[in-house]
Ligand binder design. Structure first.
Ligand SMILES: *[C@@H]1O[C@H](CO)[C@@H](O)[C@H](O)[C@H]1NC(C)=O
Ligand SMILES: *[C@@H]1O[C@H](CO)[C@@H](O)[C@H](O)[C@H]1NC(C)=O
Length: 186
């Protein structure tokens, strides 16, 4: 009896690190560029994750947004300083340009049918880059939050199609209309 209890205990000690790393897979992920972030959160929809560092003295955050995608689709993440949904969001979109390079740029989601053209965001964005690793698109950026505190509404999204280097509309059902929330970068 005691022996089998010890065996079970040993077995559960072997298993539990695997379970906890699955539950926290965002923190176990290693970026190919060796970038590290102090915090990460698995977003509740579209398999996406957000990694961030908040530098309080300069009120900036460095982020990585990561989501599964095929090489012909697009991903986007943004903050909405003016509301809680898509419209008004200052987003960063990433996809494969027709020239074969991945591109990422800020774009303003000013309606439910935004142009998706590059546009200056309402807060500073720097150090923007993107990469495609293991069928996931990753956006890196540094945002100046210009006195906005640490808590924000954010939105994230993915779509299957890019036409003439313009991301086309995402699905308007299921997880694609649930992918929004609040984030506290403190
Ligand atoms: C995030 O902060 C940690 C700890 O200060 C630092 O080691 C790391 O390089 C920072 N990452 C980025 C992407 O700025
Ligand atoms: C592809 O186009 C993008 C956007 O114009 C540009 O930034 C990038 O340098 C181009 N890449 C190549 C390999 O031409």
């Amino acid at each position: 009896m005691a022996a089998s209890f010890k065996a079970i205990l040993a077995l559960s000690m072997l298993i539990s690190p695997c379970l906890s790393s699955a539950a926290q897979s965002c923190s176990s992920y290693t970026f190919s560029s060796n970038k590290v972030f102090s915090s990460c959160t698995e977003l509740p929809h579209l398999g996406a994750s957000l990694y961030y560092n908040h530098t309080a003295p300069t009120d900036t955050i460095s982020i990585a947004f990561k989501a599964p995608q095929t090489s012909t689709g697009w991903v986007a993440w943004g903050l909405n300083p003016a509301g809680t949904k898509m419209v008004g969001s200052q987003a960063i979109v990433a996809f494969f340009h027709s020239n074969g390079s991945m591109v990422a740029y800020p774009t303003q989601l000013d309606s439910y049918a935004p142009s998706m053209a590059p546009g200056a965001p309402s807060f500073p964005v720097s150090d923007l880059s993107t990469e495609y690793v293991n069928k996931e698109m990753i956006i890196f950026a540094t945002l100046g939050l210009v006195g906005g505190g640490s808590k924000f509404s954010h939105v994230w999204q993915e779509g299957s199609t890019v036409l003439n280097d313009v991301p086309k509309a995402h699905s308007t059902t299921g997880e694609n209309i649930q992918s929004l929330g609040t984030i506290d970068f403190q």
